[in-house]
Unconditional design. Structure first.
Length: 370
């Protein structure tokens, strides 16, 4: 049998820039400066420039990035313990954990059955006098409906926060993910479109006060050494990850283009009446962090692919409000999310996937019968 096509091959991905990455890491080792230095500053400047925002703060990971935005709003008196934050139930659990860890209350909304992004109508049904913010996740790499969400935010005086952990470089009209709301959280976890070789994250915003508060919250709440204005945390983008990310940022647009090309091939050539392909509102707005198909017989299809040497994953098999960790929200009725969790299947899609591998995936899907 042919070699297994892995869902993702990070070794193969990063080898393409191996020499440059090793050079960057060696530069940091030799510098003798490992935390809060010029590599972090340089990356923040480059990433803000890339997203088109005025400010970027590098932090420890994507969960902390969301958490620090909420913590900063709490320090500013815009949110308080027990206030409500609306977010989609079909996301990675980090989106909700950031909310609960800040002692805010997650209110789960349903998603659109075509794009799988948060549904504006479901948000409107859930707004109360205690609602303070909406977190929009750009799920799988497709931008959430930001015009509608900004309208709702304006109408009810809510903050709008992007969870852009799956959408580095995605464009909505003429603006990039990270520059479409009050503030945005990014993760650079290794599997993301822009991924480090360890944990890392960032916040982008055009709000100077917010950026400064986040910066100090991420470094023990200090504004100058040993002077602590807030009860902060320790969540800092380290120099080695910053140096690696500066290398990989240069290739992000090219990699997103390669992802889009593979996605177009899948969408053009996969023809099976039992399979629903991803629908793209606007090709520019989708950077295919994941290529997610749907079928009623998902588990059977996953096994068929694995038996034939193609590894797939499920994003996500259980929506957040049905997880044990969120048992107090399990009564909430979110019919679209709940149906999708049993139907979605993510195919291998990454820039270093070869033509033969792509064709094999397509042929297998086209040959699959019930
Ligand atoms: C990956 C991810 C996160 C969390 O990022 P970490 O760096 O792993 O903390 C948050 N939200 C979404 C939507 C993600 O995909």
């Amino acid at each position: 049998m042919d070699k297994l096509i892995p869902f993702l091959d990070l070794k193969r991905e990063n080898e393409r820039y191996g020499d440059e990455i090793k050079e960057a890491v060696n530069r940091v080792i030799d510098s003798g400066w490992y935390i809060l230095g010029k590599e972090k500053e340089q990356f923040e400047k480059a990433f803000a420039g890339y997203c088109g925002t005025q400010f970027c703060v590098g932090v420890g990971n994507g969960l902390d990035a969301i958490r620090l935005i909420l913590m900063a709003y709490m320090e500013q008196g815009i949110m308080q313990d027990g206030d409500e934050i609306i977010l989609p139930a079909n996301s990675f659990i980090a989106t909700a954990l950031a909310v609960t860890q800040c002692k805010l209350k997650p209110i789960f909304a349903d998603c659109d059955p075509v794009t799988y992004n948060i549904a504006p109508s479901s948000i409107r049904e859930r707004i109360t006098p205690k609602t303070r913010a909406i977190i929009a996740v750009h799920l799988y790499g497709q931008i959430a409906p930001m015009d509608e969400l900004n309208d709702i935010a304006k109408e009810y005086n809510l903050r709008l926060i992007e969870d852009a952990a799956q959408a580095h470089g995605a464009v909505y009209k003429d603006r990039k993910a990270g520059n479409l709301a009050d503030a945005a959280a990014f993760s650079f976890y290794p599997v993301k479109n822009l991924g480090g070789l360890g944990d890392a994250g960032a916040i982008t915003t055009n709000n100077k006060g917010l950026a400064h508060t986040i910066q100090s919250l991420s470094n023990y709440g200090s504004v100058e050494k040993y002077i602590h204005q807030y009860k902060g945390m320790n969540s800092r983008l380290d120099e080695i990850q910053a140096a690696i990310l500066s290398v990989k940022l240069k290739y992000l647009d090219e990699e997103n283009k390669q992802r889009q090309q593979i996605a177009s091939l899948y969408s053009e050539k996969i023809k099976n009446k039992h399979i629903i392909l991803p629908q793209i509102k606007d090709i520019n707005s989708h950077v295919f962090h994941l290529y997610v198909i749907r079928t009623k017989q998902r588990d059977i299809l996953q096994k068929f692919l694995m038996d034939n040497g193609v590894q797939t994953q499920i994003h996500y098999p259980v929506t957040i409000h049905k997880q044990k960790a969120y048992i107090d929200s399990s009564h909430v009725n979110l019919p679209v999310c709940e149906r999708l969790q049993n139907e979605v299947l993510s195919l291998p899609l990454y820039p270093s996937l070869t033509k033969n591998e792509i064709e094999k995936v397509i042929d297998l899907l086209n040959s699959w019968t019930l």
